[in-house]
Each structure stands twice: as C-alpha cells, then as structure tokens.
Unconditional design. Structure first.
Length: 350
C-alpha cells in the first residue's frame, strides 16, 4: 500500500485483525453456522434500510462458485469523504462496529442480533466487492481479507439507488464454504413474512436453469397472518382466519394465531426480526395473556357448572399455531446463544 495511514486508520486495521484472529468471538463459530452468519449480517443492513422506509427490494444470490451477493434498493452507503479521511463506504467496510449506522440514527430498531456489522464479513472474506449507486453515480470498491484492494472508483452514471455486496468467505477461516439453500431460503421467507412491505428475491445459481427452486420470490402482504397460514398449510384449521392482534404503542406488537385439529403447539417469537428460539418476556407475556383470557371466558360461560375449572397453559395452547413479533429500540438478549428476550417491561405490554 502506497497510501499513508492516519492514526485512526491504523486502529481500524487492528480492529479487523482481531476479527480474523478470533472470528468465533464475532460470529459465534467458524462452522456452517458461522458461515451463514455472514449472510445474515449483510442482509441485516439491507433490512435496516427497509425498516427505515428506504428499501423495498432485496435480492440475494448464491453464485455458481458459492459466493453470496446481496443487492438492495436502499439509499446506498454514503460515498463522500468521512472525517477519518476515507470514504463512507470504506468506513462501513473496514471499521469495526460502525455497522451501517454512523449517520444521525434514523434507525429506530436494528435487525442485528450480534450487530457486529458488515466490516466483520469483510474481514472474514478472501474477497469482497461493494457497488453503491448513489447521487447519480455507480461506485465500486474491492477488498481482500478486510483491506482495501482498490480505491472507491466511479464506474459511471446511474439513475438507480442502492447497495450491492458480493463476498467470498475465506477458506483460511471457515471449515466449510458451501451455503445451504434451505437455510437461506427459510430465513429469507421469515423476513418477508415479518416485513410485509418487503420483496425478497432469492436465486441459487448452483441449481440448473429449469429447476423451479433456482429462483424464489418472497413477498407476503398478509404479514403474520400469512405466516400462520403458511405454518399450518398441511393442517386442518378449526376456524377460517387467523386471529390478528396488533398494537403500535407503547411498543410495536404484532400477533397472529390459529387453532388446528392437531395436538401440537407451535409458538414462534421474534424481536426486531430476530427469531428468539429460547422465547423470553414477549413470549411469556403472550402465553400468560392467552391462558388468562381462555380461563376468564370459560368461567363466564361455564362458571356455574364447573366451579373449580382451571385450564392450564398447555391446554390453552393445544393445537395452537402462533407468531409473536415485537420491535424494540434496546432489546436485551439473554442466554448462551442470545436467543431469549430479557426486557421485563415487554411481558405486560404484550
Ligand atoms: C450508512 C448510512 C446510511 C446508509 C447505510 C450506511 C447503508 C448501509 C448498507 C449496507 C447494505 N445496504 C446498505 N444501505 C445503506 C444512510 C445514508 C443516508 O442518510 O442517505
């Protein structure tokens, strides 16, 4: 590199060096899970643009060489010079924890669970190329193992807007470099159910041209209602439409639920689009409310006849399929894998 680095740039390089030294500290592991974590990290930035109301389409592609390309029609990463002496793109791509949020914090909620940012993906990629369409120009910059391998170049004029990130995970870091179509597709489908405005186009270029799974479009204007109907698509429901409960204040809460004729309980919960597989206060609040309401109703209807009737939570949820989604400015995630919501105020709010 011929470029001279300022003190702050040196710190930036040390930052990404730490990510390569201890990748598990940033993305959990270097196995197939960690590999997919890279994709979630990049997509989170595009979803953040969508949550801020600036992005309606996210295209995710697995190339025939097992690279990942994520393209959105958001505002694009700022390309002008940042105070640190490099472009906004380079700051986002090389500065640890900068994430996508070094502007005036227009982001109400962030999708990121670990929120380590796209710079970690860059650090753990043998090559990453970013294209940004912004202010009428198409820009491009290339990175190798987290370091700029070209300046931010202007390729030409454009009327488009948005960001495209293509990366090759580093074989020196990851135990496997093969992405799982099903893992990617189901997360993208979830994101589309949780964000009804969003269009997600998923392409797996490893599949033959005529394979119907090569390209899937995920767009569900019905939101969580559509999600519950999807989850129950092979079951027989005992009432025609899912029950829908939504509220914007004090926090955005969105619930859809439907009973079917099975004995299974399926309750999925999300916080800021993150699947809380270990539940937490939002899920506890929902279950407590449901048990209480069912008991109250039973007492009103049958109270005289069944004085000591008490319906347990498990009974109230027999044959229930439900999705609970909340959006929080400052989620506290708990547990070993950070998949459990801890904010105590959320229980009563839900
Ligand atoms: C920083 C500031 C702004 C947008 C972004 C980053 C941004 C990052 C990514 C990563 C993937 N897609 C993205 N889209 C946007 C705000 C820019 C503004 O205020 O116009």
């Amino acid at each position: 590199m011929t470029q001279e680095y300022s003190a702050s740039s040196i710190k930036i390089l040390e930052g990404l060096e730490a990510v390569r030294k201890r990748p598990a500290m940033y993305i959990g592991s270097t196995d197939v899970r960690g590999l997919h974590h890279l994709v979630w990290e990049v997509i989170d930035n595009s979803v953040d643009e969508a949550l801020a109301g600036h992005c309606s389409l996210i295209q995710v592609t697995v190339t025939s060489e097992n690279r990942i390309r994520v393209q959105d029609n958001g505002r694009g990463i700022p390309c002008d010079m940042h105070e640190s002496g490099v472009s906004g793109v380079e700051v986002v791509m090389t500065k640890l924890h900068a994430g996508g949020k070094f502007d005036d914090n227009t982001y109400k909620v962030s999708a990121g669970l670990h929120g380590v940012g796209v710079s970690c993906v860059n650090a753990l990629s043998s090559e990453l190329v970013v294209h940004v369409a912004r202010n009428g120009k198409l820009h491009r910059q290339r990175f190798v193992r987290g370091e700029a391998a070209s300046p931010l170049e202007i390729l030409g004029d454009t009327t488009e807007r948005g960001t495209m990130v293509e990366f090759q995970p580093d074989g020196e870091i990851f135990e496997t470099l093969v992405f799982e179509r099903h893992t990617l597709a189901s997360r993208l489908r979830d994101l589309a159910f949780l964000n009804p405005e969003l269009n997600i186009l998923f392409t797996d270029e490893r599949l033959p041209e005529d394979d119907p799974l090569r390209q899937e479009k995920f767009h569900f204007p019905g939101g969580l209602e559509a999600y519950v109907e999807f989850l129950d698509r092979k079951r027989t429901c005992i009432h025609p439409k899912p029950i829908r409960i939504s509220s914007e204040s004090p926090i955005p809460v969105d619930i859809a639920m439907q009973y079917n004729d099975s004995y299974n309980e399926v309750v999925y919960s999300f916080v800021n689009n993150v699947h809380t597989t270990d539940g937490g206060t939002h899920e506890t609040g929902f279950k407590a409310a449901l048990t209480r309401v069912v008991n109250q109703y039973a007492q009103t209807k049958l109270g005289g006849k069944l004085k000591d009737l008490s319906i347990e939570g498990d009974d109230a949820r027999e044959g229930l399929t439900a999705v609970v989604s909340v959006k929080l400015a400052e989620p506290q995630f708990e547990g070993q894998t950070k998949h459990k919501l801890g904010n105590s105020e959320v229980k009563s709010q839900v």
